[in-house]
Design a protein around this ligand. Structure first.
Ligand SMILES: [Zn+2]
Length: 235
C-alpha cells in the first residue's frame, strides 16, 4: 500500500493483510426514519508495518463521529466490574495509594473502574469524550472531563498541576489515531514516579509505549499487554 503512513513509525510501506470492504460504523444502529437515507460507510482494511510490526487499520474515522455519543457502557458487564474491582484493589496495594494520590483513567467510560478507587478514598479523574457516558459517570460522583485525551489536554493538566500516580488506559489505545501523541500525553500527566497501565493495547500499545519512553520500537514483537519500566501492565 502506498501513500498511507504507519501510525507509529511513519513508514509508508504498509502491507495490506485483510480487506473487509466498506462497512458502517460499529454500534451505529439506525432509526426507522434513517433506513431510507444513505448510511455512512468506511473502508475496513487491516495493514501490517514491516518497519515496526504495528498492525493497524488504514482509515481514520473522525473521533467525534465515533465517540461523541457512545452506546457501550462498561458497567453493563458484570464480569468487567468484578475485574475492575480486583484491579483497583491490587493497584492500591502495590502502589500504596491513598488520599494524597491521584488515579486518572483515559476513556473512563461510566466510571466502572474509578468508582472502586474512590470508594477506597483515592481521588480520581476520568477523561471520557462521549458526553452521554461522561454524564453517567458524573451522576455516580466520578469527577470526569468530557474531552478527547491527547497532548493538548495533557499540557493543560500538567500546567494546572494535575498529575497522576497511576494512569489507566483500558481498551483505548487501539482506537487512537495519534498513538505517539497519546502516549507522550500519558508521560506528561504522570508524576515522576507514577505508573501507567495500558490494558489490552494490542500491538500498537507496545510500540507507542516504548517510543513514549524514548526507546526505539522493536520489530517483530507483538504483545497483548504492555510493560514499560517502572510500571505494571494490567487490564
Ligand atoms: Zn510502523
Amino acid at each position: 500500500m502506498t501513500g498511507i503512513a504507519c501510525r507509529s513509525c511513519g513508514s509508508r510501506h504498509l502491507e495490506l493483510v485483510l480487506s473487509l470492504g466498506e462497512t458502517p460504523l460499529a454500534n451505529a444502529l439506525l432509526t426507522e426514519q434513517q433506513l431510507t437515507q444513505p448510511e455512512a460507510r468506511f473502508p475496513l482494511d487491516l495493514a501490517f508495518c514491516p518497519e515496526c510490526a504495528l498492525v493497524q487499520i488504514t482509515e481514520t474515522v473522525p473521533p467525534e463521529q465515533l465517540f461523541s455519543h457512545y452506546l457501550y457502557f462498561t458497567s453493563f458487564a458484570e464480569t468487567m466490574l468484578r475485574h475492575a474491582e480486583q484491579l483497583a484493589k491490587r493497584v492500591i496495594e502495590t502502589r500504596g495509594l491513598g488520599r494524597d494520590s491521584l488515579v486518572i483513567e483515559l476513556a473512563s467510560n461510566d466510571g466502572y473502574l474509578l468508582q472502586f478507587y474512590q470508594q477506597a478514598g483515592v481521588p480520581v479523574l476520568g477523561i471520557e469524550p462521549a458526553a452521554n457516558i461522561a454524564e453517567a459517570a458524573r451522576k455516580r460522583g466520578i469527577n470526569t472531563l468530557t474531552k478527547f485525551f491527547g497532548t493538548e489536554v495533557a499540557e493543560e493538566l500538567h500546567r494546572e498541576g494535575t498529575l497522576a500516580d497511576v494512569v489507566h488506559a483500558n481498551n483505548v489505545l487501539a482506537h487512537v489515531s495519534d498513538l505517539n501523541g497519546f502516549v507522550a500525553g500519558i508521560a506528561k500527566v504522570l508524576k515522576p514516579d507514577g505508573g501507567r497501565k495500558l490494558g489490552r493495547a494490542i500491538g500498537c500499545g507496545l510500540q507507542a509505549a516504548r517510543r513514549g519512553k524514548g526507546g526505539r520500537p522493536r520489530p517483530g514483537r507483538v504483545l497483548r499487554r504492555v510493560r514499560v519500566p517502572g510500571a505494571g501492565a494490567e487490564g
